[in-house]
Design a protein around this ligand. Sequence first.
Ligand code: DC
Length: 221
Amino acid sequence: MQIAIDGPSGAGKSSVAKVVAAKMGLVYVDTGALYRTVGYYVREAGVAREDAAGIVACLPHIEIEVRYENGAQHVYLNGEDLGDRIREPEISMYASAVSAVPDVRGFLLDTQRNIAAKNSVIMDGRDIGTVILPNAEVKIFLTASDEARARRRTSELQAKGLDVKFEDVLREMRERDHNDSHREIAPAIAAKDAVLLDNSNMTVEETANAVIALARKTLEA
Ligand code: DC
């Protein structure tokens, strides 16, 4: 079983996917964490976001391993679990920048496909339905209004103890979404066979139930 959830940042992909994974016994794969991990390394290496050649030169020094511990995904960078350090707003911008570099996408491809080959998964990202799992049984493109998404992202970051303002989160979110959906390689767009779901006025639970209903319908068909 493969469920692909794509969509812009703050649409609730990870919250929804976690609930669906728990209810359906699937492994939840957060692919954004992989790009964030590469972005983290690049920032630590002092390479500028715009420096595509510098980003590519970092790749031979990066070893990424994904482990599942007590049902939760942990991404190890050269043997170290970075935890919430990859969630900082600056790393979001680095993740978006490195994700537009074709070599980075190629570098992370096998890691993502290998997990899906070994497990029944619900995977979220930007290109899951279009590139990573083109044969997924269920494909969802999850969206919400800019304001709803920025509000959720702001609360999420504040709950983690980060001192962020709604206006800054909204501005950076729009910049990142523009980059992610307009890049040449694997842009964040809905697959032709994806179901579009706008959850601006839905709770996580309601959205998860809608995804589960779609999955059951597909399985029964
Ligand atoms: O889902 P996220 O916000 O953690 O993702 C961080 C960045 O990584 C996002 O701005 C674009 C990139 N990304 C991608 O290009 N493809 C994916 N499948 C997942 C994330």
